[in-house]
Design a protein around this ligand. Sequence first.
Ligand code: BGC
Length: 358
Amino acid sequence: MKQLKKVLVILFASVLLVACGANNAKTDGSSGSGKTYNVGVAIYRFDDNFMTLYRQELEKYFGELGAKDGNTYKLDIQDGKQDQSTQTEQINNFIAQGKDVIIANLVDPTAAASVINSAKAKEIPVVLINREPTPQDLEIWPGKTTYVGADATQSGTIQGEMIAGLPNKGDINGDGKISYITLMGDPANVDAQQRTEYSIKGYEAKGGAVNLLAQPYQANWDSAKGQEFTASALEQFGKDLEVIFANNDGMAVGAVTAINAAGRKVGEDIYIVGVDAIPDALELLKNAQLTGTVLNDHFNQSHTAADVAVELMQGKDVEAYYWHDYVGVTKPEDAELKRVDARKETIAEIKVRYAERG
Ligand code: BGC
């Protein structure tokens, strides 16, 4: 018995020693036996609500990965300041510095082909995020370039279905249709184009009829612009305005300020839906000041982007598309963040899906 105790004590002490050793290796700043990887991250604009959540989660997650695998992931994160030439310069610097991978949230998605071509010339893989490239872009360097994101048609559809699912289908004045406006994000962004189109398709697919009061307002994802355009629409259309589709929560939050200032009441004489599920929107939802939003899952998107980047840095080939689903949110709990696997899609598969979509 004594002998066994002795063995156990020795065993326990050696486990402790090993654990401390491992710990030291990490806290003293060295990478231990692990490798150091240099990751260039180009963000389209730092002062974007959604991309700020995304960026912070990405940084945090790379830190967690490093703590787990003993490697050091050195992130160089650049602010493209919504200017493609500034961002192109930043990406060219990443390439010149020989980063191990580039994660890019492009200012202008049409820059994808030239970014991929430049990176390919120096054999630096690219993970595109947030702004969907075309399949042709990803065909330039298959296996070494990829898109991690969410299908924006889904977020629009969910918005439309959310309004159609209201007891009065959003038709406050009972004239058989909803009179609506759309607050549109950056018109060059696929997310903005598809949400604008599919919110209406989603509503119509549920049997609803619509009356467009004005062409989409170009509020560029921006809260102040969302407020400004909504204030003028409320003034112009008065009680006729029943539903506001906002391409993101930033603009929806601005719109709610204008709605309150005009003495209108969300859920009683007007409805408004956004996308992203940012904390400000969830707060409004809690207080019944927002009809609903759609979770744009920055948590899973950033984790998958990092995981795929790691695979690429290990020299592996990856799939062309990694998708995370949008989730309808009518109460704050719906936006709970939990890790789920991405859905993968090949270039051939996406081409078929696009063709079906028409
Ligand atoms: C988000 C917006 C964000 C935009 C940036 C979209 O997916 O919904 O909130 O401004 O991405 O590209």
